[in-house]
Design a protein around this ligand. Structure first.
Ligand SMILES: C[S@@+](CC[C@H](N)C(=O)[O-])C[C@H]1O[C@@H](n2cnc3c(N)ncnc32)[C@H](O)[C@@H]1O
Length: 198
């Protein structure tokens, strides 16, 4: 028997607050759907900025009765400023900020939690070839087979982001990940990577 369900019955999307420099509306919708499909529990975000995407992810998990936790990484002063200025995080028990320099902080976290491999990663710190490549290589051994990595600012038609595009393309070819660019020639852009299922 075929049953039909509305989006509302299937999942609930939190209200989105626009913040220049953050992951945008369309991209957050993709993120939400992937996280729900993957039933992601252990989620990381490199680059917290003002914490608006982190709030979105935290609310997404709560609204959909998911038990996951988000670990968001940024420099110590940025993390301190988020904790001071964003009241949401005073009570959010499914978010942990980790202050320090990437990729070291990320590697320490993943190594410490190697019994709990990663379900979902968002790569969105420094948009250079070197940084994106090193973060992807850091994540790779700790990522579950079949898990997704959302690479923000994969913008094929913007010269400024060619380092991101090269790092993601190279990584995908070297490690045999599937790759799905999300925006083609539009002004924004992201790519989703998927680790092989073995
Ligand atoms: C584009 S913003 C992140 C946006 C955020 N994901 C959002 O959607 O709101 C990039 C962030 O990465 C941080 N960052 C850049 N290089 C870093 C590094 N080496 N270690 C830690 N954080 C870094 C910056 O401080 C900045 O806040």
């Amino acid at each position: 028997m075929i049953t039909s369900k509305t989006d509302k019955e299937l999942y609930s999307i939190p209200t989105m607050v626009f913040e220049s420099g953050s992951i945008g509306y369309m991209e957050r919708l993709f993120l939400a759907q992937l996280i729900i499909i993957a039933n992601a529990q252990h989620i990381i975000e490199t680059g917290s900025f003002k914490g608006q995407t982190t709030i979105f992810l935290s609310q997404l998990l709560k609204q959909n009765n998911m038990e996951g936790k988000i670990y968001s990484f940024d420099l110590p002063d940025v993390v301190e400023s988020i904790r001071k200025n964003e009241p949401y995080f005073q009570t959010a028990d499914n978010v942990s900020f980790i202050g320090g320099s990437l990729p070291q902080t990320l590697h320490e976290h993943l190594d410490r939690n190697r019994h709990n491999p990663l379900d979902f990663a968002i790569v969105d710190s420094e948009h250079t070839y070197r940084q994106v490549k090193v973060e992807l290589n850091t994540i790779h051994p700790f990522l579950k087979p079949g898990a997704y990595v959302f690479c923000h600012d994969y913008r094929e038609s913007d010269e400024k982001y060619q380092g991101v595009v090269s790092a993601v393309d190279e990584f995908a070819a070297e490690r045999r990940y599937s790759i799905l660019p999300l925006a083609g020639k539009m002004v924004w852009g992201a790519a989703v990577l998927r680790k092989k299922c073995e």
